[in-house]
Design a protein around this ligand. Structure first.
Ligand code: ATR
Length: 286
């Protein structure tokens, strides 16, 4: 029987997941097709229901449905329950299990890319949206010494800080981005700097007060180097762009569906080639 898995989002046409997940499935010799499932909100319940069919392994979930799918599932992994958002669904005999691999994918990318472990570190997260939530809980779980969360809309940062603080660590909402020297790691989880948002020439903070031995991480992967990362690199800081996190969260999802180790290099190569082709097609490569 041909099997399938796919990504649920809206809009989802530009997702890179089909490219690198299909490359991984093919590499593993699995007869599984990864599909794009563009799903407006009023079709979400039916879409999720359809995942119970025998030939469906599960799904990835992306913007804007990561929180909305939660009540539609049968079982929730403990971390996903704490975060309140799911990015991976696994169909086990008609029973839908929800996971969140964003945060652990992020930590795996930090380890693989910069050999960085946030345990005992002072970390600043910029942003308090869906992506920031997964990363904040994963950082706390990894044992950061302090976690400061800044957001344009302060109430959202306060809410996320309170949710994470309930799990134990020292977390606070940050109001002032003028003094960044106390942070060992600064992570952009906002969409500022992302292609197509009109903020491509902006940075979420002025990085000039950060220490040059701190690290800067961006979850934005288009462009490959945002203004924020460019500024950090110019100061001599070590930097990590968003693509490795995207690949690692996808690799963990692949492992949930197939029980196999994900071919990270194949996935990365496929994603990089797709991004390069897209940039060339749009004239952005010149
Ligand atoms: P995601 O799931 O990708 O995190 P999201 O939940 O829409 O998407 O969150 C987007 C994040 O980027 C939020 O932290 C948002 O700030 P607000 O909560 O104030 O909206 C942040 N963001 C988006 N545009 C921004 C801008 N121009 N300046 C600062 N922050 C911005």
């Amino acid at each position: 029987m041909d099997q399938r898995v796919g990504i649920i989002g809206h809009p989802v046409a530009h997702s890179l997941s089909p490219v690198f997940q299909q490359a991984a499935l093919d590499e593993a010799g699995l007869d599984i097709t990864y599909e794009l499932w563009d799903t407006p909100g009023d079709e979400l319940a039916d879409r999720v229901s359809s995942l119970r069919s025998e030939e469906t392994l599960g799904a990835n979930v992306t913007i804007p449905h990561k929180e909305a799918v939660v009540p539609l599932l049968d079982e929730l992994d403990e971390l996903a329950a704490r975060i309140g958002a799911v990015n991976t669904i696994v169909n086990r005999g008609g029973v839908l299990h929800g996971y969140n691999t964003d945060g652990r994918g992020f930590l795996a990318a930090l380890k693989a890319g910069l050999d960085y472990d946030p345990q005992g570190e002072n970390v600043l997260l910029l942003g308090a949206g869906g992506a920031a939530r997964g990363i904040a809980f994963a950082m706390a779980e990894a044992g950061t010494k302090t976690l400061a969360i800044w957001n344009r809309t302060a109430t959202r940062a306060e809410k996320l800080a309170a949710d994470v603080a309930a799990t134990g660590p020292s977390v606070g909402a940050e109001a002032d981005l003028k003094a960044l020297a106390r942070y060992d790691c600064i992570v952009n989880c906002t969409s500022v700097g992302m292609d197509g948002t009109g903020t491509e020439s902006e940075s979420p903070c002025d990085i000039s007060s950060a220490r040059n031995d701190a690290i800067a991480v961006d979850i934005v992967y288009k462009p490959a180097e945002t203004r924020f990362l460019r500024g950090a690199r110019a100061r001599g800081m070590r930097t990590l762009p968003g693509l490795p996190m995207l690949i690692h969260q996808g690799a963990l999802a692949f492992e949930h569906w197939t029980g196999r180790t994900a071919p990270l290099e194949i996935m990365t190569k496929a994603a990089e080639e797709a991004l390069a082709a897209e940039a060339a097609g749009s004239g952005a490569a010149s």
